[in-house]
Design a protein around this ligand. Structure first.
Ligand SMILES: Cc1ncc(COP(=O)(O)O)c(C=O)c1O
Length: 368
């Protein structure tokens, strides 16, 4: 099957780009002397995870317990669930930990420590402390006594084992340009490494110091004190990453092929709406970017056409009249995803291509 024959809307993965992206990050991690534990939430697909861990120790990061179960069933046996555990799910996590070689959990509150201690059945549960390095989404502030108290609570709980410290510089997504991202990468590293050193100085063993986002890991130049990194989006990259400076637009590996279902003097209508693309606007620093980059079937961006609005199953493209007039009802367009993690998660199947020919089909795991 070729992309001209695909039933639209259809999520498409460019395998050459995925392989190049995986190779690039794998080499970066090796050069920087850290273990690569890629986050699989971007694609939620076994095949993509295998490409991402190639040449490394095989550990992965997940964002749902459903992912943990799915990837464990496929043979991944060292998994970090990198979202603070909900106390009500501690029992499920503890049961899963009995089935998986190593499952690491995440806490940033003493009540979660208590819930895990109650839920533990046999072996000790491996637990990371989530550290806030400046993103202010989740995690303890290491400058507060609560951060030390949380570490001590884990160390003092016989049912638990301190895996180490884990942070995520997600505020790198607010950056414009590589220099700005580099500063966040330094902050991400400095905050978590300083906390690890302070804990070790008072006798607390901190085996793993884990950090990473795709922007910071795409530019970081030095990671002394860090033991592992967890970027995920880089497997696909996307228009958002290109706009902030993590990659080039032609690294973007995920797109949605759509058909033109309406032709008007002032607009084109395509059959890819919010349920095919997600409704992420991507980077906003350069003004209104639209809901993805409009491209031809060969993934070449079409200048002066903008995907301006989405409803559930419709996308509206506007642009210069002569550009619009070049397209006919039934023609196909390829929309390069703004935020590949969200777009991929909208689909039951990702059609994997080399050039424009389907070579495989990947199925993201769904649910929580
Ligand atoms: C805790 C954690 N680690 C790693 C990542 C991977 O970051 P990115 O999506 O920028 O690759 C994420 C993404 O949200 C995350 O939440």
């Amino acid at each position: 099957m070729t992309l001209a024959q695909a039933v639209t809307p259809c999520a498409v993965v460019d395998l050459d780009r995925v392989e190049a992206n995986c190779r690039g990050m794998s080499e970066r991690a090796t050069r920087l002397g850290v273990r690569l534990r890629p986050h699989v939430k971007t694609h939620k697909c076994i095949e993509a995870a295998r490409l991402a861990v190639a040449g490394h120790f095989g550990g992965i990061t997940v964002s749902t317990l459903a992912e943990a179960k799915h990837f464990a069933a496929a043979g991944f046996d060292d998994i970090t669930y990198a979202v603070p555990i909900a106390p009500a799910r501690a029992g499920q996590a503890a049961a899963l930990a009995e089935e998986i070689g190593q499952l690491h959990l995440l806490v940033d509150h003493p009540d979660a420590v208590a819930a895990l201690a109650r839920a533990a059945t046999g072996n000790r549960l491996s637990v990371f402390v989530k550290v806030d390095c400046g993103y202010h989404r989740a995690g303890v502030d290491p400058s507060t006594p609560q951060a030390d108290a949380l570490v001590d609570a884990i160390v003092d709980t016989p049912e638990l084992e301190l895996a180490g410290l884990l942070t995520h510089g997600g505020h790198s997504y607010d950056c414009v340009g590589r220099e700005a991202i580099k500063r966040v990468a330094e902050q991400e590293r400095d905050v978590v490494v300083a906390f690890a050193e302070r804990l070790r100085a008072r006798g607390v063993p901190v085996p793993t110091v884990s950090l990473g986002s795709t922007p910071t890991m795409s530019v970081a130049e030095e990671l002394a004190g860090v033991t592992e990194v967890r970027p995920g989006n880089y497997v696909f990259y996307d228009a958002f990453q290109a706009a902030i400076g993590s990659c080039a637009l032609n690294d973007a590996a995920l797109s949605v092929v759509s058909s033109i279902i309406g032709v008007y003097p002032d607009r084109l209508v395509i059959d890819a709406g919010a349920l095919a693309l997600s409704k992420d606007r991507g980077a906003t620093h350069a003004g209104e970017q639209g809901y993805g980059v409009v491209a031809d079937l060969d993934a070449r961006p079409l200048e002066r056409l903008r995907l301006e609005s989405l409803s559930q199953e419709h996308g509206i493209i506007r642009g210069d009249a002569d550009r619009l007039a070049a397209h006919r009802l039934g023609d196909r367009l390829r929309i390069l995803a703004n935020h590949s993690c969200l777009t991929a998660a909208m689909h039951d199947e990702l059609v994997v291509v080399r050039g424009d020919r389907k070579v495989s089909s990947w199925r993201p795991v769904r649910g929580w």
